[in-house]
Design a protein around this ligand. Sequence first.
Ligand code: ACO
Length: 318
Amino acid sequence: MYLPENIVTNRDLEKTLDTTDEWIRARTGIAERRIARKDESASSMGIAASHMALQAAGLKAADLDMIIVCTSTPDVIYPATACFVQKELGAEKAAAYDISAVCSGFVFGLSIAEQYIKSGRYEHILIIGTEVNSRIMDWTDRTTCVLFGDGAGAAILRRTEKTEPCGILSSHIYSDGTQSDLLIVPGGIGKTSFTYEAIDNKMYCLKMSGQSTFKVAVKRMTEVSKEALAHNGLTQSDIDLVVPHQANQRIIEAVAEKLGVPMEQVFVNIHKYGNTGSASIAIAIHEAREEGRTPPGSVTLLTVMGAGLTWGSVVVKW
Ligand code: ACO
């Protein structure tokens, strides 16, 4: 994972917004978040995380067959941010492209990579979740800007010849475009011309219906988690760790309760980073592994909901 050094606390936000540390902590669980420097971007953070992932995997960039960058804050309209990553890594043979599934990006990316690996087509796929959410915030809107942060995480999926079930046991991904208005950055090059008027109207900033998003997040994350358990013939007690998307502590607690999983088995780091969009699950997995919470043979459930709407789950056996 890579996180910008710059920490913005709730107390810092109190200086410019009509908000309080107490309100933000109580309603979201967030205490602070990282905000990228001007010279940091989705690609620069993703590249930093990718170097670490390659080193951890003992691979060279030349070994990569594919690079999937999951982001809703790409460096430019085109080319894909993944192409900048490919250039910097020197991953010449990798097909490189972006996917846009917002907070669900990393889970969607894992699911795509899983298919290429399981089909035998590719050996090594780099998946990156990276976001500079700070660039699409309305920093005068206390209902949204306190929630998000910047950061990146990367993982490499590789083929194994092991015969017992291991690695990604299942992935399920879904979308519901009829609820696209719940979370949206309405400005876009295709629909809204890039004009001063659009900028003045904050068309390039996130708009969110908080309460509706909250409810649908609990519903979809619970539903897709139960589907994942049933698909694998598992019960709650077979899951050693749940790594949920870090959007709101209360969403995480509600999902855990509905699944019947105690909070000790749920990984939470939202207090440090806020909602880092498609990077959230990748960063959380990394920290969970660093803390020794994914021992060999243990089973982890990833569950997520994001704008689109999109949602999904992945079950991993380490
Ligand atoms: N500081 C102080 N007061 C605030 C703040 C703030 N930062 N934000 C809102 N308030 C006020 C509201 O204006 C409102 O005041 P009013 O009663 O005078 O009108 C009051 O607090 C209550 O607001 P609610 O919206 O009812 O608060 P709620 O408990 O629903 O919490 C929140 C809001 C935190 C946004 C919650 O709804 C939430 O987390 N929703 C889900 C968000 C989410 O998960 N988004 C990401 C999805 S992932 C993706 O793809 C991007």
